[in-house]
Design a protein around this ligand. Sequence first.
Ligand SMILES: C[S@@+](CC[C@H](N)C(=O)[O-])C[C@H]1O[C@@H](n2cnc3c(N)ncnc32)[C@H](O)[C@@H]1O
Length: 214
Amino acid sequence: MTAIVDPALETYAADHTTAPPPHLDALAEDLRATLDDPGMMVGPLEGRFLEFLAFALSARAVLEIGTFGGYSALAMAAGLSPGGTITTCELSPVHAAFARRHIASSPFADRIEVVEGPALETVPGLPGPFDLVFIDADKAGYPAYLEAVLPKLSRRGLVVVDNTLWSGRVLDPDDTSEDTEALRRFNDDAAADPRLVAVQTTVRDGVTLIRKAG
Ligand SMILES: C[S@@+](CC[C@H](N)C(=O)[O-])C[C@H]1O[C@@H](n2cnc3c(N)ncnc32)[C@H](O)[C@@H]1O
């Protein structure tokens, strides 16, 4: 992943963010050694950012689409309200097993449920309402994920969408890959949708925050 923020500034920002707890460092180290594409993990800076959102929202119910190794789910768990829970959806049995193992040995074993299968099949069966939804799975699926979660969002809930600047490829007219085109459409539609209020941030690879208008 190419940094969209000047790498020196990104490092400075990470250095001035409270360091992750030992269970997240252990997960990240194990993931780098055993799973492909470790760059898919949100990592320390965005992990803290997500934890802050969960904390600021006093989140009691969080939904994640795209567990991978469980880094973001475990990061958000630290910001939950007492008794709060996270449901995280994962397609890959290998990723789900890795995440379950690290969640089980963390302080948040009773707070996070990993549901295996295509998220679009899982989400309609979840009760909600969710105070925080983190979308971080296949990019072509983003529009459908947003539509699936909007009816399940609590009144003051937030949808947080990862990788929306896609290493800056959204600005490259020569990049017409399916994922890049899907993210461009998603970003354009989210900003123009009268049902929504959106802010595109430059956190890590681009994080968009969305809430219902009104
Ligand atoms: C970018 S990674 C998630 C990273 C994770 N949030 C973290 O910070 O560690 C995307 C994950 O979405 C999963 N995924 C892809 N398509 C999916 C689908 N249709 N339903 C559920 N999960 C899916 C992939 O297997 C992968 O583990």
